[in-house]
Ligand binder design. Sequence first.
Ligand code: HSE
Length: 433
Amino acid sequence: MEKTKVAIVGLGTIGTGVARLLLDHGDRTARHAGRTLWLEAVVDRDVTRPRNVDLPDGLLSDDLARITQNREIKVVVELIGGLEPARTIVLELLRNGKDIVTANKALLAEHGAELFDTARELGRSIAFEASVAGGIPIITNISQCLSANQILSLRGILNGTSNFIVTKMEEGMEYQAAVSAAQRMGFAEANPAMDVDGTDAAQKLAILAHLAFGARVHWKDIPRQGIDTLNPADLRYARELGGYRIKLLAVAQLIDGVLELHVAPTLIRKGLPLAEVRDAYNAISVVGDAVGPVFFHGLGAGQMPTASAVVADMIDTAVGRTALTFKTLELWSRRGAQVAIRDHAHLQGRFYLRFTVEDHPGVMARIAGVLGAHDVSIASMIQREPDSDSDGTAVPLVIMTHMTTEGATRAAVEEIDRLPCVLRDSVRMRVLD
Ligand code: HSE
């Protein structure tokens, strides 16, 4: 059987999973590729750390030249993560005639244009299915299977770590204990701040918005908020307000031809499929103008789900499918954006607001007055007597609004937070009904 020689740079959690699939299930990859994917070299700067894979002697080294100088190696998987040295190494691999498979969303979100332009100039390709939502084949679906559609909206739970943490907090676990558990299970980023502050989800949303809408948006320009400030009280109030669950939601939707983008903890009404996505699972709800709603659900992180996407990309690259789509899609070309992005202040929606206020006459009226002055209408409200969480005089005041805008609620909350009767910074979250 024909052989395509492949290599891995970066033998961490995912790299080890990829090596295991190639070495332990070569028959499977051969059946789908019609050729053997022969693992010729593995490079990592640490060659001594124990890993849960049996590599043949001599395969692992810390010498990148064993890949760049071996003309027989055609496909190289970059699984180093982060920006540098990953960027420099990918450029060097491309210049040495290698096609690239990567799971590195940070690299694509930051340097996609440079890497894709270089690959195009050199007649090479870059495949990146594993960069968004791990094992869920969302890149292929959006860029190929749904290509007859204008995508109208895309709503995703794209960070497994955040979803795991929120799920565990709903079950009563403390925030920090849930973060540690996510790290032990291997799906948190090396720097878990990127998971919980919305960075990872914004980087993935930038990639999906690029593919689905032709948006040329830098992830830093996507308004984002993480779950790092989430309070267990909000999870309780969300339930009480008619059965909502809080999820870190990444949204891209076309409204009147303009694209709205944001990442934010969002109250999602129970019963909607996204509200039922638990633990480290990811999900993406896509609406296309021809296909209607489509829902993708699966493990968005972890060794074998991500390795599953990487090896599928390796097969596609080895048989030539990636080169075809890469040429036609013109990804990350320096061509102008195909869609305008809506100013964040104009984003519409319902909002959940929680104020911590003094329990005095007239406080509720003052808050309602400020909301009214900003044209924010109250749909429902919860006010409790001081409880064990409060310091005696402070009471929580929870408000669900009618449809309004991001800008109006932000301005109202900023004004409310300056009132002397408001004791702490308020909480403001979006709602999906
Ligand atoms: N750290 C990411 C997550 C997985 O928790 O979803 C890699 O993208």
